[in-house]
Design a protein around this ligand. Sequence first.
Ligand SMILES: *Cc1c(COP(=O)(O)O)cnc(C)c1O
Length: 380
Amino acid sequence: MTPIPEKIAAAVGALESPASAWLYDPAAATARLAAVRAAMPEWTVLYAMKACANPAVLAAACAAADGVECASGGELAAARAAGARRLAFSGPAKTPADLAAAAASPVPLCVHAESIRELDLLAANGFTGPVALRVNRGRALPGTHQMTGAPTPFGMDEQAIAAAVARALDLGLDLAGFHLHAVSNCLDAAAYAAHVLDALSWSHQAAAGRFALRYVNVGGGLGADPRGPVLDLDALATKLGPAPARYRGAGVELVVEPGRYLAAAAGWYAAEVVDVKTVAGQAFAIVRGGTHHFRLPAAWGYAHPFTVVPGPRDAAVLADVEVRVCGELCTPRDVLNGGQRVAAIGVGDRLVFANAGAYGWEISHDRFLGHPGPDMVVID
Ligand SMILES: *Cc1c(COP(=O)(O)O)cnc(C)c1O
């Protein structure tokens, strides 16, 4: 179990009852960013904001990272408002209006083009910034979401790249290189390093004789599992060896765009127990809140570990049980943890779920049932 830092415990204790809240510590995201920079000194680091768009976390990332990777027109506007110095624009469903907004961006912006249609629309909108072609190639990597190595809607086939390069050049676009985002939550440093090195050599070959390669973006995917384990950055640095410095020295900008790795440790979800009971032999704790505030455990089908912060314990208390933690929704799928052993749990206790900051609130469906939303607390 991840111990709860003192400042988080204090903030949880200060919540109004019945508590349901997201708590964010932007400093935890910037600490993770510093670790990535130490392990990958040759790399430009963009924050993939879809992992966590909490304004305080986003502002901290804008200050500490080189820029922000966005996947929608709405994210572009939010990143600009938060002070991003530089933007990258990915995503497979860019509308003509999105691309027109990209062309008008007052902040330097690189478009990761997902199709020939996007190249045509960029030229039609007079886009003059750098363009990278998103490539769907390679074997699937270990992780929770495979973007490449299987039929997915992301990027262009390797076999279509020669034609896309020719089209971009014909249109007069500033073709800078390639974008090869491949996976999310990769915990295997050797496999991730192999992806990076393969992306570099493939890009070098794909550009040779056609255009001057000056940008290779290997995407995100640095693992930070919601149950705690993270990718070993030291092992990654060792496996990457001297190749990145060589490319950098040859004038190729190397870009990595982590979301999860930076955001996971920066967010805690806290929910107060409003009832405890035993049904058909199973102990239940029912909380104010649930998967409409924190959908990840339901989306992935895992039990998110939690810590019990004891309340007044003046009502029913279950002792030494394996308890199932459910939310306030009228569906049996509203489960944050299907069974965790606890010494005691009772009404008024607050359950704290650590490592929840990435894809936590952002992917949740809080309209369902019309309960009040969670409090949003920023720790400093
Ligand atoms: C989601 C996404 C990322 C971030 O992925 P993480 O697994 O959170 O690091 C980076 N780049 C692109 C294009 C993405 O869609």
